[in-house]
Unconditional design. Structure first.
Length: 408
């Protein structure tokens, strides 16, 4: 097997680059495994099973004596191209792809914990992650504590006893709260905890949690990684030890595998991810500044604004960018917010995010409606709050659309 980051079956003499490749080059090249046909683009291996040239090769494949694929639930060449490419971009040793972001989140934790263990998490998070942590895991005897803010004393208190996992979502969905990943990782490691970061809102373009001290990164690839609203997918990235000793045995037998077709879509999406996410960030910064100055708006939550309570930390931690999503609090309640949403002519009402199309949602009545009133108040998700995910339309048209919708 070649150690090279991409395949050379038809140019086997080509030397391997001896310098460190930029993530954008990895995004186009890493993981590419060409078949004997020498195709330019990555091939789609839409197959559930694999054949062997002999009974002996089959037997060897099952005891990992060869790197022959054995079954679609365990691995697939197209899925592996996606995994290797994302790992190269992230700078992680290994990546395992899953069928959705939630299966990645669940497997990243469930593959580690057992009854009696303790999990500590940052309080503001995506609602399904909140359900996994506060409703599903406690049923299995796992103790979960939620911590809010960036106060090292508050975190140190929560992490003053033995803890298995610390789970951080930063920035948080929908209000863009920022957790200091380095500070929390340092405290977590003192009590032997594994630090898992939900990096969905930042994407690999803005934030590299492993370089900030975290141990594991998880994605919903449904968001910025596909970024064009087509497929559901997830990924978990980490060290050889974590992936091979914990995650893979769990995933292989519980079965949240990614479809090869979806993996093929994502392999091509990764090629343009950096350009897409950078442009979305630029537009989001302009729109956040515009919104902050509007009389109809009470407050704007965007890490790229100086008014954001963790602006400096965000700029340090997120590659000097504010993200693609804006939390907007209106002056006025549900009635005013709904009439604004209904007045938009370009931006769609939709609860997805990280898409090339700009999307806006009212979390209290949609994505976060399952949470209790108390939790919503704690998270600051009132009826006056909307979340705008900024897409790839020209920013002038988005400004125009918002301006005309304010008039309604
Ligand atoms: C969307 C999302 C998830 C879940 O991903 P799916 O692909 O929808 O399963 C997890 N965390 C965050 C922050 C998200 O935005």
């Amino acid at each position: 097997m070649s150690k090279r980051p991409w395949g050379y079956q038809n140019r086997s003499e080509r030397p391997e680059p001896q310098w460190e490749l930029d993530p954008q080059t990895q995004a186009v090249r890493a993981g590419l495994a060409r078949s004997g046909f020498g195709e330019t683009s990555e091939a789609l291996y839409l197959t559930s099973g694999f054949t062997y040239s002999s009974a002996e090769e089959a037997a060897d494949s099952f005891i990992d004596q060869t790197d022959h694929f054995v079954y679609g639930r365990f691995g697939n060449p197209t899925v592996e191209m996606f995994e290797k490419r994302l790992a190269a971009i992230e700078g992680a040793q290994y990546c395992v792809a899953t069928g959705s972001g939630m299966s990645a989140m669940f497997a990243s934790i469930a593959s580690v914990v057992q009854a009696g263990d303790r999990v500590v998490a940052s309080a503001a998070m995506f609602s399904s992650c909140h359900v996994v942590l506060t409703e599903i895991l406690p049923k299995w005897g796992i103790q979960v504590e939620l911590v809010s803010g960036n106060n090292p004393e508050v975190w140190a208190k929560a992490l003053s006893q033995k803890t298995s996992i610390v789970f951080i979502e930063s920035p948080s969905n929908p209000l863009m709260e920022i957790v200091d990943i380095s500070m929390v990782s340092e405290l977590a490691h003192k009590v032997g905890a594994l630090v898992i970061v939900d990096n969905v809102m930042a994407s690999p373009v803005l934030q590299k949690p492993l370089t900030l001290g975290a141990d594991v990164v998880m994605y919903s690839a449904t968001k910025h990684i596909d970024g064009q609203g087509r497929v559901l997918a997830g990924a978990v990235l980490g060290s050889f030890e974590y992936i091979h000793e914990r995650l893979i045995p769990f995933i292989r037998h519980t079965g949240p595998s990614l479809s090869p077709f979806n993996a093929w879509v994502l392999v091509k999406s990764l090629e343009t991810m950096q350009m897409r996410v950078e442009r979305m960030n630029q537009s989001a910064q302009i729109l956040a500044q515009f919104l902050e100055a509007r009389p109809e708006i009470a407050s704007v939550r965007y890490p790229g604004l100086e008014s954001h309570p963790e602006h400096e930390l965000a700029m340090r931690q997120m590659n000097k960018m504010g993200g693609t999503t804006i939390g907007i609090e209106f002056n006025g309640g549900k009635k005013e917010v709904f009439s604004f949403l209904d007045g938009l002519q370009i931006i769609d009402i939709s609860n997805n995010l990280g898409d090339s199309k700009s999307l806006i949602t009212h979390p209290a009545s949609t994505t976060h409606r399952r949470l209790s009133q108390e939790t919503l108040v704690e998270m600051g998700i009132t009826n006056s709050v909307v979340r705008l995910s900024v897409g790839l339309e020209h920013v002038d048209d988005l400004l125009h659309d918002l301006t005309q919708a304010f008039k309604s």
